[in-house]
Design a protein around this ligand. Structure first.
Ligand SMILES: Cc1cc2nc3c(=O)[nH]c(=O)nc-3n(C[C@H](O)[C@H](O)[C@H](O)COP(=O)(O)OP(=O)(O)OC[C@H]3O[C@@H](n4cnc5c(N)ncnc54)[C@H](O)[C@@H]3O)c2cc1C
Length: 664
């Protein structure tokens, strides 16, 4: 589904999904838009004010980061100030823009002039058809009845159309791509694709080398597929500094006679700010931007409590999420659900595109780098990445099919057992958008006779996990402070974290040497293969935030730096859940006992022995608590760490610290 071109960046960070109309102008003086345009009509609350969820506003003119910043407690993000030089510098002139290296060759090679029009015509009035008709057909088939039937009038004459891939590295069932190709086709123009690498963004977002490498390999597959099947070139631009991205995209658009830029929305604050800058810059240059909602199964802002507030507890969220899904039937496919409908198959570029944009297909300047020098892959991961996580859509779908045919039936029984191969291991693909949550849910529903709530227990359990994924995205959409290192439960900011002289305890946790086998096994698994089982993520996170009483943000960052599936919303949500600072958090007094967790979920000690070679020969039950179960000499022969805390005492200390903070 599409949204108005100026609307998305503001609405996405708006804590109250349906702001009173009176707020619109003060919020976005430079972007005059109708913020109500994407609202589901039945939920439109007229001018009813929502309870204030915000505390302050943020100045966007300074560089941003997702790391903690002392005074950021905001839930209102002002997005109309560009994080770019564009405001103060003059609009780019033809001189400053790189010349289209193919424009002369395309005419000499006989490409029809329609595929290589004079770039000066961009934004000027001439008889090229407008985008409105194509957008209408793309949005109504995109899959939600909540989308307004009539999209906003967009009178920008259509030239080439640019698809900007981000965390949606797939060709199939990609709403923005479908809509982009539909628009280009109506006027016989080309779709060009772009992917931007910003090393600064990777650093500031703590992206793991294995995650970045996985994206690069998937980009290669995507590029090949776009080239072969759609005749669409994919250009990779490396832009060191994030704030330069809008200008580089504008230059690219001007050089390649692009009139419309399409993307699928990312909901995090930095990304929303970036998109706001781009929207403003493009609008200023009379180019159109077309964000689409594709990352969640249910679009953030489309489900609210009866009091029209965001859900902050998972169980009612899930009930509402299922209702929302099930009440909207597919207009095209009997028995299907509209929100699970596949995006229309993208259409191919005209054959002339290859000549008209030859250098985009072949110029090494647009090639995908083999790796990023600033994020070298650890040597031991070089081979395993290909074996464990083969790139590409076919690999992701093969994994989904294997899971649905052989594992999902017992998912509810096996999913908590880290030694078993009981879950889908699709998270790296979902995080990079190589497969979408919608595709997964559609396939799971099909495998369950069209049911989501009943039927096979394993499927019902898996549906819940996909709902968790949506839930955490809705949370950051409504409460953007969680993107800025703040706790969801603001009162927990007062917890006094423990001292850790020289970072000894944190280091032991990072290295998997805490002396608690289940925690250490998880940390070693993550460092080895870039992935950790969900149950163990919970144990490791709770151990850091409760047993060690160290700030959960340290662990959140360390996870991001090592996970191949590092995903801000899920990681932050998981950490805040474990630390009892988040939505739907465990009461702070529920603290996992790592020994009991190990006994319960790794009853044979298989998982622990697999990842901790020192314990290879230790049998159950000693393997769960070797220092407690073995005599001193025997234990010391193993070379395994003594526990760095006494769990009982650590638990008491954590309870006291949380109690004190919450009483303040
Ligand atoms: C502290 C902590 C940090 C986490 N960090 C991340 C992260 O960076 N990236 C990430 O994708 N997941 C994260 N999770 C959630 C979960 O651990 C992983 O999604 C899951 O382990 C991936 O394995 P799978 O693909 O086999 O999942 P399956 O059990 O097969 O589930 C299918 C999909 O549902 C989603 N999902 C499952 N569980 C959750 C959950 N609890 N929260 C949100 N989505 C979920 C994932 O996209 C997953 O791929 C974290 C959980 C915790 C407790």
């Amino acid at each position: 589904m599409t949204v108005t071109r100026c609307l998305s960046p503001i609405l996405f960070a708006w804590p109250r999904p349906f702001p009173p109309e009176s707020c619109v102008h003060s919020l976005a003086p430079k972007l005059s838009v109708n913020l109500f345009h994407t609202m589901p009509p039945k939920k439109r609350p007229a001018t009813k004010a929502q309870p204030a969820l915000h505390q302050t506003t943020i100045d966007l003119t300074t560089p941003t980061s997702k790391r903690p910043r002392k005074n950021d407690t905001a839930d209102v993000i002002v997005l109309d100030q560009p994080d770019t030089d564009a405001e103060s510098s003059p609009p780019p002139t033809a001189k400053r823009l790189r010349k289209n290296p193919d424009s002369s060759s395309s005419s000499s090679s006989g490409a029809p002039s329609s595929s290589a029009p004079n770039r000066k015509s961009i934004g000027k009035s001439h008889p090229i058809p407008t985008a409105a008709a194509a957008t209408a057909s793309a949005t109504t088939t995109a899959g939600t009845t909540a989308t307004p039937a009539t999209p906003p009038e967009d009178t920008t004459p259509v030239q080439n159309v640019l698809m900007w891939f981000r965390t949606d590295l797939r060709m199939d069932d990609n709403r923005a791509l479908s809509a982009a190709t539909a628009l280009a086709r109506t006027v016989g123009k080309s779709v060009l694709a772009v992917y931007v690498i910003s090393p600064q963004d990777h650093r500031m977002h703590d992206d793991a080398p294995i995650k970045v490498q996985f994206r690069l390999r998937n980009l290669e597959m995507l590029r090949e597929k776009l080239d072969k099947e759609l005749n669409v070139p994919l250009a990779v631009l490396t832009v060191e500094r994030r704030k330069e991205i809008p200008m580089r995209l504008l230059e690219f658009a001007k050089n390649w006679e692009v009139s419309h830029l399409f993307w699928n929305v990312e909901y995090e604050v930095d990304e929303s700010r970036r998109d706001a800058s781009i929207t403003e810059l493009f609008t200023h240059h009379r180019l159109s931007t077309r964000p689409h909602h594709d990352q969640c199964i249910v679009q953030p802002g489309h489900i609210l409590t009866k009091g029209l507030t965001p859900y902050t507890v998972f169980t009612p969220f899930k009930a509402s999420w299922l209702n929302h899904l099930e009440t909207q039937k597919s207009p095209t496919t009997p028995g299907s659900l509209a929100l699970l409908d596949q995006a229309p198959t993208p259409t191919s570029n005209p054959s002339t595109a290859r000549n008209a944009h030859a250098s985009l297909f072949t110029d090494p300047a647009f090639a995908i780098p083999a790796s990023l020098p600033s994020l070298p892959l650890p040597a031991h991961q070089k081979n395993l990445i290909q074996t464990l996580y083969p790139p590409g859509e076919p690999a992701a779908h093969a994994r989904l099919t294997a899971f649905l045919t052989t594992k999902i039936a017992s998912y509810h029984l096996a999913r908590d057992q880290p030694a078993k191969d009981g879950c889908s291991a699709l998270s790296p693909y979902l995080a990079a958008g190589v497969i979408s949550a919608r595709q997964c849910l559609r396939a799971a529903r099909r495998a369950n006779g069209g049911k989501l709530r009943t039927g096979k227990e394993g499927v019902v359990g898996w549906v819940s996990e996909l709902a968790w994924r949506d839930f955490y995205r809705h949370v950051l959409f409504h409460f953007p402070r969680v993107c800025m290192g703040r706790a969801f439960k603001q009162e927990t900011e007062k917890v006094e974290w423990a001292e850790d002289p020289r970072g000894v305890k944190f280091k032991a946790w990072c290295e998997g040497k805490t002396g608690f086998p289940i925690v250490d096994a998880g940390m070693r698994q993550m460092k080895e293969i870039g992935w950790m089982h969900n149950r163990v993520r919970m144990c490791a996170a709770m151990f850091l935030s409760k047993d060690l009483l160290l700030d959960w943000r340290m662990g959140e960052k360390f996870f991001m730096q090592h996970l191949i599936d590092g995903d801000f919303a899920s990681n932050n949500g998981g950490w805040q859940w474990a630390a009892s600072t988040g939505t739907d958090a465990q009461p702070y007094f529920r603290v996992f006992n790592p020994h009991l967790q190990s006994e319960r979920f790794d009853s044979e000690g298989e998982y622990v022995r697999r990842w901790i070679p020192e314990l290879k020969e230790v049998r159950v039950p000693a393997v769960h608590d070797p220092s407690g179960a073995l005599v001193k000499e025997e234990f010391e022969k193993l070379g395994y760490a003594y526990p760095i805390v006494d769990h009982k005492q650590a638990r008491e200390r954590a309870l006291a610290a949380y109690k004190k903070a919450l009483a303040k």
